[in-house]
Design a protein around this ligand. Structure first.
Ligand SMILES: Nc1nc2c(ncn2[C@@H]2O[C@H](COP(=O)(O)OP(=O)(O)OP(=O)(O)O)[C@@H](O)[C@H]2O)c(=O)[nH]1
Length: 261
């Protein structure tokens, strides 16, 4: 059985900050949000986690393997270098959706995202704290078939983006509603899902659903490991297997060596 540890990363009081004393230049906000996500991705990634930009003011990270001290260090480092601070809520569950609900509740119970007095909440129990033995998680890496030939080389970028986004919206709703899995667009034609233990048939059903609903053809590689990087890396290898075998669903061999093994 898998267990997912998710961290909700919420910028404290960000809405009011963006318009105080006056609305700020949009590209300055885009630069701040992008750099903050990049710092989060580098911090979490260097500890074998995954981070997703989500809505930028609220980001989701898969933090299996990170403990409370890691989270405190992230808050300290951001506070030293940015005009804003972060509140972090941590949740663990076999269902990623439930883990995120728990992480979100940890922050919401302390105050609103726009509560000027709520700063740097750090709340929730990590897998390390709980000393859980079942610490594996499952990552599914989805890719649109021949996105280059079907879209990139034939359409303008915006019309391509509409097709990719329609496929993403269909997949994210299906996996959330049917399995409590959380899916994130990660650029290009790639979607990464944090899932409970799903079967090949359940992935095939999801791919069939997206093709029927959005007319977008996907393939998926699936990996399971004790942290997001190793699970995700195994999923990428399985995605390559899809390319070589002409299949739509492949599970990584448990023994897939990651590059840094
Ligand atoms: N985030 C992320 N993006 C990727 C990854 N691999 C490829 N991409 C993105 O996906 C885009 C399309 O690359 P491919 O998926 O190889 O191209 P394709 O035409 O769909 O080819 P096939 O997937 O083999 O059918 C690239 O331009 C990248 O933006 C990855 O591992 N992670």
């Amino acid at each position: 059985m898998t267990n997912t540890q998710l961290t909700l990363v919420q910028i404290d009081n960000y809405g009011p900050w963006t318009v105080t004393p006056d609305p700020r230049r949009e590209m300055d906000l885009q630069t701040l949000q992008s750099r903050l996500f990049a710092d989060l991705a580098q911090f979490v990634g260097s500890r074998d986690g995954y981070a997703f930009f989500t809505r930028f003011d609220n980001m989701v990270a898969v933090t299996n393997g990170l403990d409370r001290d890691d989270h405190e260090l992230l808050q300290e480092s951001i506070a030293n270098r940015y005009p804003v601070t972060l509140s972090l809520g941590i949740g663990v569950d076999r269902s990623p959706a439930v883990a995120l609900e728990r992480a979100t509740d940890r922050i919401q119970r302390v105050g609103s995202a726009q509560d000027g007095d709520r700063r740097e909440v750090l709340s929730g129990e990590t897998l390390a704290d709980a000393d859980r033995s079942d610490t594996d998680l499952q990552i599914a890496h989805f890719d649109v078939n021949d996105a280059t030939g079907k879209y990139t080389d034939r359409l303008n970028e915006f019309d391509t983006f509409i097709h990719i986004e329609q496929g993403y919206a269909s997949l994210m709703r299906h996996l959330r509603e049917e399995h409590g899995a959380l899916s994130f667009f990660v650029g290009g034609d790639n979607i990464i899902s944090v899932t409970p233990d799903l079967t090949e048939d359940q992935y095939r059903d999801a791919i069939d659903h997206v093709e029927a609903e959005a007319d977008v053809e996907l393939k998926v590689g699936v990996g399971t490991a004790s942290n997001a990087h190793e699970a995700g890396f195994a999923a990428k290898h399985a995605l390559e297997d899809c390319r070589h075998r002409g299949t739509t669903v492949e599970f990584a061999d448990a023994a897939v060596e990651t590059a840094d093994d």
